[in-house]
Write a protein that binds this ligand. Structure first.
Ligand code: FBP
Length: 257
């Protein structure tokens, strides 16, 4: 993570969806090897996964992509909007991983439990010098989880509880609001990809807005690996160009629709 932070921007491939939403939700090959191949060939800066995925990857491949180990999770089968502990700092250390990620839902009845869980994870991570990504998502009573002021508040909480990097939603109001989210968070913020956009250009536009708003980059999942392998790799490379090298989405208009 220190390396990523030094680089200044990042494109992270998120792949915890098999756990969070179940493989049947996606109708694509969810094998760890396939996703690793996309991450590698598409030059992702890091792959964010659960520990079982790390374990399933051939060690030879593993060393070529930086990993972020997600250590909390919630399944779609659960009626409870909370996150259980699925990994530990020890798991990350045992696999040579220097960054853990934990989700915190802000605004619902489990908020205090998740804040406490995060605090324990954080303290242990810092004891061993690991970085911590907080996946800070609003879960307000009115269910408007993408509303900018909620996202802004949730991200701010992420910064105040010590996250080294925050992942949160891209707000429904767009770039101007994301600017506020970033400004008020005072640590690097990456945006989640969100629901699937059919056209590459729309994904790239989103990434462009994120960086123009001062965001650190994207931690994107479905919008990449739900595409066919070659398209996913191409899109990931294009995302790199936009996020890290200042290309505009318009420069990719010839991307496959
Ligand atoms: P996407 O880019 O596919 O939106 O992934 C980001 C992510 O945070 C995943 O890591 C996670 O499993 C999922 O979104 C959770 O989405 P939601 O909050 O909509 O359940």
């Amino acid at each position: 993570m220190r390396y990523l932070l030094k680089e200044g921007k990042a494109v992270i491939l998120a792949f915890d969806h098999g756990f969070e939403h179940g493989p049947a939700t996606y109708n694509v090959d969810m094998s760890p090897k396939r996703i690793m191949n996309i991450a590698l060939k598409g030059d992702a800066d890091a792959l964010m996964v659960n520990k079982g995925i790390v374990k399933a990857l051939p060690p030879k491949l593993r060393k070529d992509v930086k990993m972020i180990m997600k250590v909390t999770g919630r399944t779609d089968m659960s009626p409870l909007m909370t996150q259980g502990l699925t990994g530990t700092v020890g798991d990350a250390l045992a696999r040579d991983i220097d960054t853990i990620a934990a989700t915190i839902y802000i605004g619902n009845e489990y908020e205090d439990e998740l804040l406490t869980q995060f605090s324990h994870l954080y303290n242990e991570a810092k004891e061993y010098g690991l970085s911590v990504m907080g996946i800070v998502y609003p879960r307000p009573q009115d269910k408007k989880r993408y509303k900018g002021e909620y996202v802004r508040y949730a991200a701010r909480i992420g910064a105040e509880i010590g996250c080294d990097i925050i992942k949160t939603y891209y707000p429904i109001e767009g770039q101007k609001m994301f600017e506020k989210v970033v400004k008020d968070s005072f640590v690097p913020v990456v945006a989640a990809g969100g629901t699937v956009m059919k056209k590459d250009i729309d994904v790239l536009k989103r990434a462009e807005e994120v960086v123009k708003a001062g965001g650190f980059g994207m931690a994107i999942g479905r919008n990449v690996w739900m595409r066919k392998d070659e398209e996913a790799i191409k899109l990931l490379k294009s995302l790199n160009e936009v996020v890290k090298y200042g290309k505009t989405a318009k420069e990719f208009v010839r991307c496959k629709k």
